[in-house]
Design a protein around this ligand. Sequence first.
Ligand code: PHE
Length: 438
Amino acid sequence: MTAGLARTRSSLHFLRTVQYRRCYSTRPPSVSLLGKEYPTDKTTNITSAIADKVGRNLYMNPSHPLGILHALVSSHFRDFNSMVGLPPVVTPAQNFDDLSFPPDHPGRAVTDSYYLNDSAMLRTHTSAHEVETFARGERRWLLSADVYRRDEIDASHYPVFHQMEGARVFASGAEGRAELEADNARLAGELARARIAIEDVPHVSPTNPAQAAHDPVLAELVAQNLKLSLNSLMLSLFGDHAGGEAGEPLRVRWIEAFFPFTTPSYEVEVFFRGKWLEILGCGVVQQQTLDRANVPNSISWAFGLGLERIAMILFSIPDIRLFWSQDPRFLSQFTAGQISTFKPYSKYPACYKDVSFWLSEAGLHDNDFCDLVRDTAGDLVQDVVLIDDFTHPKTKRSSKCYRINYCSMDRSLSNEEANEVHAQVIASLKDKFGVEIR
Ligand code: PHE
């Protein structure tokens, strides 16, 4: 069971610092984003590296891999209303409370999400727009957007990525039931004729219950419709590219999951090139969400998928930073409407530098370290690994050592240049977090 936002938040490399306070000596009185000024406060943690990414809308470029994938999903759900371009600044209420996140959910922490101030943040998922979209009376909808999460730095994590949210609403009476039965029969028939092998879990179980507010028969039909609709999407996306020997069916596996805003909830994985890959999170929408949107007598399912993760698999893109590349050697490889295999145009050696320091009393969260590195080194940083973390037994002082891999995607980086950038990282580390370099 996963607990919360589908993308893994806990890190393999990092230990979380429990005590964490930020040094705000350099906080400006306000920050501006998309032409609007936001007065800062103690929650403000957006960096300029992040602000620079806002508004790029990579998924809207039809010949960018994210745009190609976006078009594929949209054309699969062709009778859904597809929305794009919603501004990324939302309230914590939209991002969390409207979706029944508990007050102590870790996703709310300043260490995990980007805040402009305590009442404005960058959405961490497209689900932040569920209530407003349901409230507009949309019955079948798709919504695509850039989302932002503070995280570690490696080949598959980037603080900005793209998600597509989809939902379908049914009437909760006999009419909805008839629509569900007909649609389920149609989808099941199509899937029975396709080369797909599905490992299912029960629609509901004691650990993945239906909602008390729902008629159990109807809730089961909705869960079934969700599964059939997404199995069919998996077939559209991966069916022709399953990669196995000819004749092998596409393997899709369903897993019980947990999200505060759906129950029952599931995750979908696809077996691709020898590995199970997590593709999306989904479930039957919590009735409170529809109540907040003032949509009576209705029941709905919803899903959210990450475009980068799927595009990296389908196009064989080895590093998530490449999506942001403006190098024609990257961009010219892709054509609207086509899944093609990316051919690396260069492989430049990585150059690693370590930094080892004593922490100040305020501490330092790993995500703060990563944001500082990104802000200084931009996309020259390939990954960051915490290689040592210890507390001196006598003095009780804590020390950390991080290894930063510097590597450009587009050119060869000299050792001198890496040294220069690394020196800036160290200077800013001392300045912002008062650490003592060892
Ligand atoms: N918003 C969830 C995430 O980002 C995914 C999700 C969407 C799950 C809709 C259920 C329903 O992890």
